[in-house]
Design a protein. Structure first.
Length: 288
């Protein structure tokens, strides 16, 4: 146990009793009651939060840049170049590039592709397409992550509605983020909202802790049971990124490239992703 008058473990230079002592004591109370609680490695220090936010500014800038330039007739390789050029021009590195062998700087997932679509010069955006562009950034060693859907002209009402409902699912999930709530609250809310509107939620993938590494604990499922899962504590940073299908929730991964996932029934899929900081009184969206 840390002495109450020592400097806090988080590096704030404040005395422990004026900084994290109350939070640590509350975490301990939940742990004694049998709850899953985060260790200190999951709770970001003020310095880490500052650096992760700086990374997130670049990451959001990348998506804004894509939003201004994406159009029918361009290839997904063209999108990848937009991402790479903007990121590197701002002193950062695209996190997906060479991550576990991934060959490009972002993921571009079209129509029935659920996630991890690989940019390619031969894949051309067409009228009626919907596409998710997922970008992640390393700035000074710290990670950020978000994705957006883009709807090409001529898209069907069915496709547009899916994109809208998926964003609403994200918003419903984010509304559950608060200190001393549980990660399961997020998935429970998303699942209830999506299924009540006739859509299904992909369970094979989920959100994740992020900041010091690309993927950290906790795993953030987009289905779940309220009041279950890890306790949410101020200083935690994670993504919420629901993947919603018009058809059934089952997906499969391309055997040839080992990355791209598709809906098993060929139905349309959409995804939105924000990066969230748990604050002392709620949440802050830091990349979107």
């Amino acid at each position: 146990m840390q002495n109450r008058n020592d400097k806090c473990w988080c590096g704030s230079e404040k005395k422990y009793k004026k900084c994290h002592m109350e939070i640590d004591e509350k975490i301990r109370e939940f742990e004694l009651k049998g709850h899953i609680v985060p260790d200190r490695g999951i709770i970001k220090t003020p310095r880490e939060i500052e650096m992760i936010k700086a990374s997130a500014i670049v990451n959001t800038g990348v998506l804004n840049h894509v939003s201004k330039n994406i159009k029918v007739g361009m290839s997904t390789e063209d999108i990848d170049k937009l991402v790479y050029d903007f990121t590197t021009e701002h002193g950062a590195i695209p996190a997906p590039l060479d991550y576990e062998g991934f060959p490009k700087s972002c993921c571009t997932s079209i129509n029935n592709e659920v996630c991890h679509g690989i940019p390619d010069k031969n894949i051309i955006l067409k009228e009626g397409d919907i596409i998710n562009v997922d970008v992640s950034t390393i700035k000074d060693g710290y990670f950020s992550d978000a994705s957006r859907m883009f709807v090409m002209e001529g898209a069907s009402d069915e496709a547009k509605k899916l994109v809208d409902i998926t964003k609403e699912c994200l918003e419903v999930g984010i509304e559950q983020v608060k200190p001393w709530g549980h990660i399961g609250d997020i998935g429970a809310a998303i699942q209830e909202y999506a299924e009540s509107r006739g859509y299904s939620v992909v369970t094979m993938f989920g959100g994740h802790g992020i900041g010091n590494e690309f993927h950290e604990e906790p795993f953030v499922s987009h289905v779940g049971v309220k009041d279950t899962g890890m306790l949410m504590v101020p200083g935690m940073i994670f993504t919420i990124e629901p993947m919603i299908n018009i058809g059934k929730p089952q997906v499969y991964v391309d055997k040839k490239n080992g990355w791209t996932s598709y809906t098993k029934d060929g139905s349309l899929s959409a995804q939105w992703e924000h990066q969230i900081l748990v604050t002392e009184d709620g949440y802050e969206i830091i990349s979107y």
